[in-house]
Design a protein around this ligand. Structure first.
Ligand code: GLN
Length: 272
């Protein structure tokens, strides 16, 4: 199988993709875990592996995301199932979870993850704040079912609600969200992998604010006194959205940077 692995690495690299993906694709084609594959590399591939490798590679080279092929992604140390139609959790969103964990929250905080997708944010927070009451809203039925399955698999208890935005909840200590935030016009220039993801999870009107704006308004009412709003957003919108939050009466409004140094998150607080 070493020959197959090398060929895969070569072809991925030639297409500008990470050669490390070769191991994942070969393991998938051979029906083995990565570890089992490494141990059996000196042996010939199981029957059918070559054909499956070629099919997988073709799909991957068309831009189809590796995570959808594998059906799983690691987020904040948690193995999460992913599936077509549901946004693949991103490393930037791990930064959002870190910020949430750094907030001065009460002992048993009431937390809401808006538009939970795979459940990534809600699940990571519940794992690290076991005392918290974690709620999650989602409008997409497929995403909601997947998030529920992820919660079950991980043995984490989240209260899911099929509803838009805050779902009419109140008295929250933290509202956190990675809403769709790309401006519609970005679709033309987007990397080809994005075309395989659900546009409803990515794009938010001409300015990229068609979800964040109504969410901020609702959050003002849904938070308890001193409660926090924490949003992921397009760095281009940091200034504007920060001003809008201040105009809504939020205090301690601050834009925070991601690992690439871009203003990717907004933190704000309802006055107590
Ligand atoms: N909350 C989910 C995530 O961050 C889904 C976000 C979305 O669909 N925009 O992965």
């Amino acid at each position: 199988m070493i020959r197959l692995l090398r060929e895969l690495e070569r072809r991925l690299e030639a297409a500008g993709l990470p050669r490390g993906e070769a191991l994942d694709l070969l393991a998938l084609a051979a029906g083995l875990s990565r570890k089992a594959l490494l141990l059996s590399l000196p042996q010939p591939p199981p029957p059918g592996t070559e054909t499956r490798v070629q099919d997988l590679l073709k799909k991957r080279l068309s831009g189809y995301p590796l995570q959808y092929l594998l059906g799983e992604v690691e987020f904040f140390g948690l193995p999460l199932k992913v599936a077509e139609g549901v946004l693949i959790p991103r490393p930037e969103t791990e930064g959002l979870v870190e910020l949430a964990l750094s907030l001065p929250l009460p002992q048993r905080p009431r937390i809401l993850d808006v538009g939970t997708g795979t459940g990534a944010i809600a699940l990571a927070l519940k794992r690290h704040l076991p005392e918290a009451e974690v709620h999650a809203t989602e409008v997409d039925k497929k995403a909601l079912a997947l998030a529920q399955e992820n919660a079950r698999r991980l043995g984490l208890s989240i209260r899911f609600l099929e509803a838009p935005l805050t779902g009419g909840m109140g008295d929250l200590d933290l509202i956190v969200a990675n809403p769709p935030y790309l401006p519609e016009a970005y679709r033309e220039a987007a990397p080809k992998e994005l075309a395989f993801e659900n546009p409803l999870a990515l794009y938010a009107g001409p300015e990229g604010l068609s979800v964040a704006r109504p969410l901020a308004k609702e959050a003002r009412e849904a938070l308890g006194p001193g409660g926090f709003l924490l949003l992921e957003m397009a760095p281009e919108n940091a200034r504007l959205l920060a001003e809008e939050l201040k105009a809504l009466g939020f205090q301690e409004v601050e834009a925070l940077r991601d690992l690439a140094g871009r203003e990717r998150y907004l933190r704000a607080r309802r006055p107590s």
